[in-house]
Design a protein around this ligand. Sequence first.
Ligand code: GDP
Ligand code: IMO
Ligand code: MG
Length: 427
Amino acid sequence: MPSLCVFGAQWGDEGKGKIIDRMAADADVIVRYQGGANAGHTVVVGEERYVLHLIPSGILHAGTVNVIGSGVAIDPLTLLEEIAGLRERGVRVTHENLRVASNAHVIFQHHRRIDGLSERWRGDGRIGTTGRGIGPCYADKAARTGLRICDLLDTGRMRVRLTAALAEKNALIERVHGEAPMSLDEELARYAEVGDQLRAFVGDTGAEVRDAYAAGKQILFEGAQGLMLDLDHGTYPFVTSSSTGVGGVASGAGFPPSRLDHVVGIAKAYCTRVGEGPFPSELDNETGERLRAIGHEFGATTGRPRRAGWFDAVAVRYALELCGADGWIVTKLDVLSGFDTLFVGTEYAVDGEIVQRYPAGRPSVEGVEVRYREVPGWTEDISGVRRWEDLPERARAYVDLLEDLTGTPVEMVSVGPERDAVIRRPR
Ligand code: GDP
Ligand code: IMO
Ligand code: MG
């Protein structure tokens, strides 16, 4: 498929990094189109484990071009650290294989600071953000007071715009939050050199991606977070501040939606969420702890323990439908080995009424009750299995059930963090 979008169909951490890295072997250009360093995408190659925050998960494949699109909120200090970290480990990162959108917005230190202060201000209503300045940066973008990467390339322009921006932010920090203001001189000094260090990577990446597509290259769009964290369609206000689904590609990559050839969702064989907010199939008990322990469910960015629960077919069906997914990938099936019984959320009870459709029109899914189907588990370790027919019958039946419930074909099953730990689902 010349252009392919892969997105998370739950609340993030579905294993996108692992799958994108795997798919990048067949891609020419890999494009991040939204989010920022709130993302933590893990790629395991042999003994090496990489956690990518801003750089697309195709960077480990020689011959790929990796693009950070205009829809990404870029913390330039984190980006430079990430580039340096990869280079130290022998990964080639140059202006040829990493491209950065000149019109992407910049996350400054004041955005990170305000992220933390706003969370404190919200008190019990806090979102549990990653503290990476994501919300405040996108808010400035929409308010038209933000700075873009192109502004960093011109020190004079940066100085003028940052001075104006910080004056307003300092008023907020001092007068609303009652905290000490940030030093303009320190902020200016911190970012003075950044533009020069990034200059070679920066370009009109939208045009570069469209040209690559026109030239017959394979383009892979890498979603961050998950559809249930989408600003419009997720569990608002407990969401991130960008369009995490396929809808984000058009604006965030500068790529026409009419040219998207294939869309694939990713979901775990169970479910996790990190941060606050509703999670209908959450297991706040020993079973949830067991899933967290076996699945190593700790945030790749913040290290926070992830909340865990059963697979929620209502939510995944919604995500796949909303994004028009042609297929989807089940990850972490290996984690379910050894459970006597598994439960799959099939429908919700909403105010006493049974619904199959995710109740997106309600102010919150707080209070909806999940109805489960109980299915027998399997005992075998499946992490070494590479062929569908070698999976235990009950594991195959489990995947068949998820496919039936979502009404969307499962294209692949993942059974381990390693690159090759995947099973193609025969048709
Ligand atoms: P992402 O944010 O969607 O890229 O996912 P994360 O990297 O935050 O979290 C997924 C975690 O599960 C990482 O530690 C991966 O190495 C790991 N992982 C991915 N796929 C599988 C799988 O099929 N089985 C197991 N056991 N681990 C997996
Ligand atoms: P990847 O790409 C899981 C969550 C945060 C919080 C909410 C808002 O690795 O799947 P933010 O910092 O974005 O303002 O926080 O979104 N969140 C994620 N949860 N995986 C992620 O990324 C996430 N990025 C943000 O925990 O609940
Ligand atoms: Mg992650």
